[in-house]
Design a protein around this ligand. Structure first.
Ligand code: NAD
Length: 494
């Protein structure tokens, strides 16, 4: 039976929420880790602490499933039917899944219900519908031969997930990998395993073979590392920090040269020209900077503004920010909940302190709400006159801090926008379509949005340039490339 958000919140208060391995289905739980909520740092239950042996068990089951063809050889239309049934089941459980992400990650319940879950369901439905419409190709041979170029699933896929959009990141990886016919082993972030566990249970209920989609919960250094190093996993699709992404390249080199796809960090610029419609821009700029507490890979944390409109824009930002409420994420009126854990709060707080010691000009916010729950609540904060050498300009904060830098010429704007090791996303605001085109081409980022903040949608590929990503894209038909390999079949006719 689907549960309401109140029922999930009550189970969280009673510390009754559970996520554990699903290795070929349910099995007897082993050692556990306490699972706390960032809302007030209380226990909400436990998750199973996986080991390398658990990963090995899951890989053996996944490989056997793949070779048996129980999922990998099913006609695409059949896989589609099962995945659509799964999406319908998740839709029936949407409130429950949203509430799990809310208590696990501290994400505002309204966001989980109205943004994350609809996008999650869209993703499953889109890949289910896409997979029986993907054709191979015929090579341009003469009549002497027939060359077919076909796509095949790669085999066993490891999906290693971050904590910032738990349900949605699960969908971004699992939906295309499974639709393509692979056997998938999911490792959710240890901070946010609840929705992944429930979604995997629902998959099995909908008819996805329990051996074709499995879950191993636990710590990154244990379970993530074992996935990276396993000799019989063919692909790892990873979303997380650039630092851990780097480790996955090493794991691959030290094991079986498995394919690695990295979706990593960002320090995305928002560039505002003096001809921009500031009133139309203001809510987009704020959403880019502060949505999901800034715990967003494409967070537009650098606001690069032409000098003539800086004061007018700042005034509008501050006026609109008055409507952003900081508070308990279970409250439907709240936009800013807690940061995900103490260690992350300390990191973000460290940026506030270093900005103060660098003498950056605080123009909005800057306070920590120590009186709220866990005390890891940071209000939306803006610093002005942030120079490119500053930590705030260069480093990913992953919190609600916006750095403003002024510019005068288009060339300066391009140089500032590209002054980063990252290249995930960018947005720019201008009424001049020619300038918009020039800028969109000049900015080194995987997604450039014009006159609004956007990551595109499920139809468009998402991923990074430079140290934001490597090896593939999430979303769009491009995501299927991560999980398929290309085979040439050559008939000799003469
Ligand atoms: P993280 O790198 O700490 O963790 C990501 C995953 O890797 C988790 O499942 C974790 O358990 C695992 N892991 C941690 N240490 C490991 C190790 N030593 N070996 C193997 N696995 C290990 O990232 P995070 O803190 O969960 O997420 C935040 C980061 O994710 C940010 O940098 C953000 O920009 C990035 N992110 C990127 C995208 C994107 O699409 N590019 C989307 C969301 C988040």
């Amino acid at each position: 039976m689907p549960q309401t958000k109140e029922q999930i919140f009550a189970q969280a208060r009673a510390a009754k929420l559970w996520a554990g391995h699903l290795i070929g289905g349910h099995d007897a739980p082993g050692a556990v880790l306490d699972n706390t909520t960032p809302i007030d740092n209380s226990s909400i239950g436990s998750i199973e602490a996986g080991t390398a042996a658990d990963v090995d068990r899951a890989v053996q089951v996944a490989r056997a499933s793949f070779e048996s063809g129980e999922w990998s050889q099913r006609p695409p239309a059949e896989r589609k039917r099962v995945m659509l049934a799964w999406a319908d089941l998740m839709a029936a459980h949407a409130e429950e899944l949203a509430a799990l992400d809310c208590v696990d990650a501290g994400k505002p319940i309204t966001e989980c219900l109205n943004t994350d879950l609809p996008a999650t369901l869209d993703t499953f439905r889109w890949y289910a519908e896409a997979i029986d419409k993907c054709y191979g190709r015929v090579a341009p041979t003469g009549p002497q031969a027939l060359g077919l170029i076909v796509k095949e699933p790669i085999g066993v896929v490891g999906a290693v997930l971050p904590w910032n959009f738990p349900a949605q990141m699960y969908a971004w990886k699992v939906a295309p990998a499974l639709a393509a016919g692979n056997s998938v082993i999911v490792k959710p972030a240890e901070l946010t395993s609840l929705s992944a566990y429930r979604m995997t249970e629902l998959a099995h209920e909908a008819g996805v073979p329990a051996a074709a989609l499995q879950l191993v919960t636990g710590l990154g250094e244990e379970v993530g590392r074992a996935i990276g190093l396993h000799p019989d996993i063919d692909v790892v699709s990873f979303t997380g920090s650039t630092e851990v992404g780097r480790l996955f390249l090493r794991y691959s080199a030290d094991s079986n040269l498995k394919e690695i796809v990295l979706e990593c960090g960002g320090k995305s610029p928002q560039v505002i020209f003096d001809d921009a419609d500031l009133d139309a821009a203001v809510d987009h700029v704020l959403a880019a900077a502060f949505w999901n507490m800034g715990e967003n890979c494409s967070c537009g944390s650098r606001l690069i503004v032409q000098s003539g409109v800086k004061a007018a824009l700042l005034q509008r930002l501050q006026a609109r920010l008055a409507d952003w409420k900081v508070g308990l994420p279970t409250d439907e009126a709240v936009q800013i909940g807690p940061l995900v854990e103490k260690a992350h709060f300390d990191k973000v707080h460290g940026f506030l302190q270093s900005a103060a010691s660098e003498g950056l000009r605080l123009v909005h916010g800057g306070r920590v709400h120590a009186d709220l729950g866990s005390g890891w609540y940071v209000e939306p904060t803006i610093f002005d006159e942030v120079h490119p050498g500053s930590r705030l300009f260069q480093e990913e904060v992953f919190g609600p801090i916006l750095a403003i830098t002024g510019f005068d010429t288009e060339a300066q704007a391009i140089a500032l926008a590209n002054d980063s090791q990252y290249g995930l996303a960018a947005s720019l605001y201008t009424r001049d379509v020619f300038r918009a085109q020039r800028m969109a081409r000049a900015i080194k980022a995987g997604t450039v949005s014009i006159n609004g903040f956007s990551e595109g949608d499920i139809t468009t590929p998402f991923g990074g340039y430079k140290q934001s990503g490597f090896g593939g894209r999430d979303n769009g038909l491009e995501a299927l490339d991560q999980y398929q390999q290309t085979k040439t079949i050559w008939y000799v006719n003469e």
